[in-house]
Write a protein of this length. Structure first.
Length: 108
């Protein structure tokens, strides 16, 4: 299963930090755990505006945990699909819960 973690404490990580952009202590967070969306990036301004819990002003070091299957096994099981090989930015629209993320891809 897919697990994505935001880890600001990776030694020499490009996004490592002790505090986020709003001045709060950085925390390691699971964004997607076992294929389920668990957290969003919601800064102080929008947490107050939307009456939501504050999470962080921005992501730090995004880490995808390895699964038990190889890429070739996964591609064989999927059959047809899109393989994302890199990311170039994204956006989440809270009002309709839509998530957009640009990336490099190839059709499989």
């Amino acid at each position: 299963m897919f697990t994505l973690t935001d880890d600001p404490f990776i030694e020499k990580g490009l996004g490592s930090r002790l505090y986020d952009g709003d001045g709060f202590a950085a925390m390691k967070r699971t964004i997607v755990g076992e294929g389920k969306l668990e957290n969003f990036f919601i800064d102080w301004y929008y947490s107050r505006k939307l009456n939501c819990e504050y999470t962080t002003a921005r992501g730090s070091n995004l880490v995808i945990s390895p699964g038990e299957k190889s890429l070739s096994q996964l591609m064989k099981e999927v059959g047809k699909g899109i393989l994302i090989t890199g990311f170039i930015g994204g956006n989440f629209k809270f009002h309709n819960r839509r998530f957009f993320y640009g990336g490099y891809r190839k059709i499989i």
